[in-house]
Ligand binder design. Structure first.
Ligand SMILES: *Cc1c(COP(=O)(O)O)cnc(C)c1O
Length: 469
């Protein structure tokens, strides 16, 4: 499989190089040159497969030419073997034909484990083969950092540095990062905010001289391998609910348009999906585009669903590329306008096409709490605030009660106790067994000033399994 950039100027790459690439050299994002398409008979024949075997069938075309089948199967079996639920991604029924797909049974209790557990293993496999090492420098406001560290902790050929804003992530989130020890794992608390952390990561990609020739790899959702891994659970859910003979709808809590873009790809690969609902919080750039054809930056609002607090949706460019007939020059132009602070609209027929593909809703904190309380009352199930936004959007936007509606359950409620408390649900939150002693564990973390040079000096001093690069 070959991958091309959404801005049309960077060289096409194979899977292995895309995995290690991050952004394309023209500033675009990589997408498959041709999307694989499965027949209904083929998809139907996958019913009842264990998750890792289904994952092999769905993702195999994307890695062809880079990873032999037997190796890929082994990697997938290991990846999904670490999940604590036998079904990996179980469905739980909330109401008639309404289901939550629980994507929080991985090591860090959020759906990001589905992609980052795989990414860590794929990186190590490819690097071993090449005899290379890489350094990961990533910024996190919470969920990505812990999932990336968990995914890379056993990697022989990866050193990982995760920057988080000092004293500005929740205690559960911090401890999920700082209690994992390894000579290749480095937690850095920056005396600044999340944007400061992200700026330092961006600057480090722009000028990599501090790495002395070692390659820098991205773990945020612009990395194609993350999107690829998320396609699988759409097939998994649909097959449980009578697909592909029957079509299924999905409501997806989203910020960076990563998870929902995976659903869009699943549909293009032949899975019958009726509605795809974009569910945002008050940071609603996606909903404003879908409802009013305006893609314009707003200020950042801090909400009860912090993992969706974004101003710009980085993966939206991948959809725009398709909406514009895969014309890279058109996308480069739009993104330029956007960068100048302009924002943009697209031509009427392209916007109509987007509206045919997606429904959308923005949900505020009060509605999020109401939904948590309402679902708890109706079912005894406790939702995390992100999932609650998905449920609210599903209930508002649903067009047919005959078609199963699946809400992606993106996190375990124990990660977001503030929202649960605000919702007034009187149920004690308990950490799952593998994390039950989280608050007693030792922590390891280095506090650094909000200074790029200090951070880069730290990375180059410890970037080779604790030793200098
Ligand atoms: C990251 C995250 C999201 C948003 O994911 P996107 O890829 O931006 O769609 C939603 N919920 C939780 C819990 C997350 O950690």
């Amino acid at each position: 499989m070959r991958y091309i950039s959404t801005r049309g100027q960077a060289p096409a790459l194979n899977f292995e190089d895309v995995l290690l690439a991050g952004l394309a050299t023209d500033g675009g994002l990589y997408v498959p040159e041709n999307l694989p398409r499965f027949t209904q008979e083929e998809i139907a024949s996958w019913a009842g497969l264990p998750y890792h075997e289904l994952a092999f069938r769905v993702m195999r075309p994307f890695v062809t030419g880079s990873i032999p089948d037997a190796d890929f199967k082994k990697i997938l079996e290991e990846t999904y073997g670490v999940f604590s639920h036998n079904a990996v991604a179980p469905l739980r029924q909330l109401n008639g034909n309404e289901w939550v797909l629980e994507l929080f049974h991985g090591p860090t209790l959020a759906f990001k484990d589905f992609a980052l557990q795989l990414l860590g293993r794929l990186l190590d496999y490819v690097l071993e083969k090449r005899g290379e090492r890489v350094v990961i420098v990533g910024a996190t406001s919470g969920d990505t950092g812990s999932a990336a560290i968990e995914g890379c902790k056993h990697c022989e050929n990866v050193d990982i540095f995760i920057l988080h804003p000092h004293n500005r992530v929740s205690e559960v989130q911090r401890r999920q990062m700082t209690t994992i020890f390894g000579e290749n794992i480095h937690n850095i608390a920056i005396e600044g905010n999340f944007d400061d952390c992200q700026e330092m990561v961006k600057a480090s990609f722009a000028d990599q001289s501090f790495l002395k020739g070692t390659r820098l790899v991205a773990v945020n959702s612009i990395n194609w391998a993350r999107i690829m891994a998320q396609i699988v659970y759409y097939f998994h859910a649909a097959l449980q609910l009578g697909g592909p003979a029957r079509s299924v709808s999905f409501s997806v809590p989203t910020g960076n348009f990563g998870d929902i873009f995976a659903g869009y790809l699943a549909r293009n690969m032949g899975l019958p999906i009726n509605q795809l609902i974009v569910a945002t919080n008050r940071n609603d750039i996606l909903h404003r585009f879908m409802s009013g054809n305006q893609y314009v930056k707003d200020t950042l609002h801090a909400t009860l669903s912090p993992s969706m607090d974004i101003m710009v949706s980085s993966n939206f460019e991948r959809l725009l590329f398709d909406l514009h007939g895969r014309n890279g020059a058109a996308i480069a132009g739009l993104m330029d306008t956007f960068k100048q602070g302009g924002g943009f609209s697209v031509e009427q027929e392209r916007w109509t096409e987007a509206r045919n593909l997606f429904d959308s809703l923005a949900v505020d904190d009060a509605q999020t709490c109401e939904t948590i309380a309402e679902v708890f009352e109706q079912t005894g199930e406790l939702l995390d605030p992100h999932t609650a936004i998905g449920v609210k959007a599903a209930r508002e936007c649903r067009r047919s009660l005959d078609i199963p509606m699946v809400i992606l359950g993106t996190a375990h409620p124990v990660k977001f106790p503030d929202a649960v408390e605000k919702a007034g649900v009187g149920k004690a939150l308990e950490l799952p067994a593998h994390l039950s002693d989280l608050f007693e564990r030792d922590e390891r973390c280095t506090v650094l000033p909000n200074d790029l040079k200090a951070v880069q000096a730290f990375v180059s001093k410890h970037g080779n399994r604790g030793k200098p690069l």
